[in-house]
Design a protein around this ligand. Structure first.
Ligand SMILES: [Zn+2]
Ligand SMILES: [Zn+2]
Ligand SMILES: [Zn+2]
Length: 137
């Protein structure tokens, strides 16, 4: 007699299908995204002034405090913890002047636009960050 001890496959109840949020919407272009927000009045995380995206070319949100910024932008962090790859394109986290360590020269020398380099606290302490960025005052 053949033994049929083979266990029936039990449906794993913990299995859950991937949630919607894990799928990046390919359809929404950055232009559409901007248009969604362009009329909104935001308040700046640094100076508390209200501004709209329409008035200000430079707009970013800080990776530390998540506030929208129209001034007081330290720049984009050059460290490994703030580098993301989305669809093959490199993105770097933007930080405000209040959230980056003020004893690092990179955070003092050039600030003010999202094109500037800066270093956040986490990346300043990270051994993988090149030492040339870590010069302190
Ligand atoms: Zn901040
Ligand atoms: Zn401001
Ligand atoms: Zn960083």
């Amino acid at each position: 007699m053949l033994c049929c001890s083979k266990k029936n496959k039990v449906y794993d109840e913990t299995y859950k299908p991937k949630t919607k949020s894990t799928i990046i919407d390919d359809q929404l272009t950055s232009k559409e995204f901007t248009e969604q927000f362009i009329g909104e009045v935001l308040s700046c995380g640094t100076c508390d002034k209200a501004f709209t995206l329409r008035e200000n070319a430079i707009v970013a949100s800080c990776g530390g405090c998540y506030k929208f910024l129209h001034c007081g932008i330290a720049g984009k962090c050059v460290g490994p913890n703030c580098l993301f790859k989305i669809k093959g394109i490199d993105y770097r986290e933007t930080w405000c002047v209040n959230c980056v360590p003020k004893n690092a020269i990179i955070n003092i020398e050039n600030i003010g636009t999202v094109e500037c380099d800066c270093l956040c606290r986490e990346c300043l302490d990270d051994p993988k960050t090149p030492n040339k960025f870590k010069r302190k005052i």
